[in-house]
Ligand binder design. Structure first.
Ligand SMILES: [Zn+2]
Length: 420
């Protein structure tokens, strides 16, 4: 190996204001591109101008003379991960270093302070701040609720229709509905959103079933446990308890429901880790722990059945509700998806290819192919052997900028010391 390659890591210094998107190559690396093809050992990836310009066998890919070379021998390259359910406003800007050092290069923000998120987003886009790509809903559309912020409170169908126009005028990427929105207002919102060509992601409103929400054309349903509320709310419901609702979802009614999601193209973001973290790991009361643990185990079974039925699923952590840690808990979600029967490749796709498909941006994100934005994670160990190896991060490439993990850690510590 030429010395030039071995020294190359040292040449890439971290700077939050770095604008340089210089050309470089990652050589002799095993590429796991997440497009559905098998891992390709001994590949070389050329990155220039923030994009992937070529990927191929190391023997044939020509490294431009101006490009630095990074030796990827013995390492594994995967696309940057997307957390498809997060709340940046709650997490504050402290989330950014954590997200990037954990390889989370994209976030779907599921409700927060639009002006603040847009400030962060433009700082990130200009290179003044290191952070993920952000797709955001802005304020939640919700019914009357005490003690919450960043809500557009909607009570009537008329207000719901107006909310769609207001949010569209504000330029949100999609609408997020929360659980106190009255059913009549919810269906009016769906109708108006359909006319206005804006997608709606849903934390199921009380007394709306997931079948009704799916038929109404929601783009995604959030949180696996809302399936049980739905089973208790639906017209003709017989389930009275969470246990009965779970049995229903794990039986033929669940199967029919999953087929409906498939037919309607409804995505599901189960956020298994949010339940685990919020209701299981944080419980120090043995009495309440046991039933919660049972719910968690059934949650995993429900996701297993959904996945088997062909429902399209994405990884989301729900940071920072319930003490969920940005970045870190996305890796925990991937591990839970594997527990739910996903292959490691399918779990990776739930945070790479699937988000790109969902966003209609497969030509931009989600895989390691020429033309895509260069968001990549260089791993020391093979994630297809064990999904926990997604945590063995050697370096992160964000929009074509190369960040060795040590520099990201150092920067995070400096930020923490400054009280940022
Ligand atoms: Zn949430």
């Amino acid at each position: 190996m030429p010395k030039r390659i071995l020294l190359s890591f040292l040449l890439f210094s971290f700077s939050a204001t770095a604008q340089t998107k210089r050309s470089f190559a990652i050589t002799h690396v095993t590429v796991i591109d997440c497009s559905g093809t098998a891992a390709r050992p001994n590949s070389t990836v050329i990155i220039s101008g923030g994009r992937i310009v070529s990927v191929g066998p190391s023997e044939t890919v020509k490294i431009p003379t101006a490009a630095h070379a990074v030796d990827g021998n013995g390492k594994f390259l995967i696309p940057g991960l997307w957390d498809m359910h997060g709340h940046l406003t709650d997490a504050t800007e402290d989330a950014f270093p954590l997200l990037i050092m954990n390889g989370v290069t994209g976030v779907r923000d599921m409700g927060g302070d639009l002006a603040q998120i847009d400030r962060w987003r433009s700082e990130i886009e200009s290179g003044a701040r290191v952070g993920p790509h952000i797709i955001r809903a802005g304020p939640f559309v919700d019914g009357p609720k005490e003690g919450v912020t960043n809500r557009l409170t909607v009570r009537t169908p008329e207000e719901a229709r107006r909310a769609v126009h207001d949010l569209k005028a504000k330029g949100v990427d999609f609408i997020k509905v929360h659980n106190a929105l009255p059913p009549a207002a919810f269906f009016a919102l769906m109708d108006e959103a359909h006319k206005e060509h804006i997608s709606v992601a849903v934390h199921l409103p009380k007394n709306v079933s997931s079948a009704e929400a799916s038929d109404a054309g929601v783009v995604s349903l959030e949180h696996v446990e809302t399936m049980y509320e739905s089973a208790m709310w639906r017209k003709g419901a017989t389930a009275k308890t969470v246990e009965q609702a779970q049995d229903e979802i794990l039986g033929p009614i669940g199967q029919q429901l999953f087929q409906r999601f498939v037919k309607n193209g409804t995505w599901y973001v189960p956020t298994l880790v949010a339940y685990e973290r919020g209701f299981v790991l944080w419980s120090n009361d043995p009495e309440s722990l046991k039933p919660r643990l049972n719910v968690h185990e059934k949650n995993i079974e429900v996701v297993r059945m959904m996945h088997k039925a062909g429902v399209q699923i994405m990884a989301g952590s729900d940071f920072s509700d319930w003490g969920i840690v940005p970045g870190i808990d996305l890796h925990n979600e991937l591990a839970l998806l594997v527990e739910a029967g996903f292959t490691p490749m399918e779990a990776l796709q739930a945070a790479t290819l699937n988000p790109a498909k969902f966003l209609g941006k497969t030509d931009t994100y989600g895989t390691i192919q020429a033309g895509r934005v260069a968001d990549l994670i260089l791993l020391d160990m093979n994630p297809l052997e064990d999904i926990s190896h997604t945590r063995k991060i050697h370096a992160v490439v964000l929009g074509g900028r190369f960040f060795p993990i040590a520099s990201l850690r150092k920067q995070a510590l400096q930020d923490a010391a400054k009280g940022n």
